[in-house]
Design a protein. Sequence first.
Length: 224
Amino acid sequence: MRWVIGVLTALLALAVTALFCRDPFLKLAAARAIHKCTGMKVEIAKFKTGLRNPAMTMQGVKIYNYGEFGDSLFMDMPNLLVEFDQEDAAQGRLHFKKLRVELAELNVLRDRAGRWNLEKVEKEMTERNAARTKRSQPRLSFGGIDEMHISVARVTFKDLQKSSKSREILVNMRDEVVTGIHTDEELQEWIGSFIFRVILQEAVSPTSKRKGKPIDALKEALEK
C-alpha cells in the first residue's frame, strides 16, 4: 500500500520544516506541508518539537478525503511521535529513528464510479513527488524505520456502489513493535503481513496471502 509511504513522505516535509521553525508556527506549517505533499486537508490539534532531539509530537491529527470523495474523514491519529534523522531529512531522505503511530480510524472508500480513495492518495503522492524533481527540488526517498510502535483501533469500508458490502473491522491492536525496516520493499512486505494477519485474517484465501500487492488483496477481501 504505497499510500502509507506517501503519508510518511509527507511527514518528512514536516521534519525538514522543523529544522527551521518552532512550535507556534510549526503546527500551521505542518498542516500545509502535508497538504502540499498529498493534496488533502489536514487538521492538527497540538504540535510540539523536542528541545534537544529532532523529534515531533502531534495530537489530534485528522486527514480528510479529496472533494471527489466527499471531503469525509480519511484518517484519525490521536497521537503521533516522529523522531527523524536530521542529516538525512536535509537531503530529502525519509529515515525515522523512532515512529509511534496511534491510529483510531482509517476509512476506506469506493465511490459510485468504482474509484478507491487509497488509489487516489497513491496517485497524488507519486505525481507530486515527480513534480518536485521537475522543479529541481530533491526527490523524497524512503530511508528506513529503525523502531516503530503502532496501535490500530478500527478500519471502516464504505462502498457507495453496493452498500451491503460496507463494513467495520475492529482491529484493536495496541503498541505492536516493529524494528529494522530498511527499504521500501521491506516496508511493503510488513504492510502486507499486517493486513493479512490483523485485518483480513479469514477474508483472504491462502493463495492470495502469498501473491499480489497488499492493496489488491485488501480490495479483494473488502469486495467479498
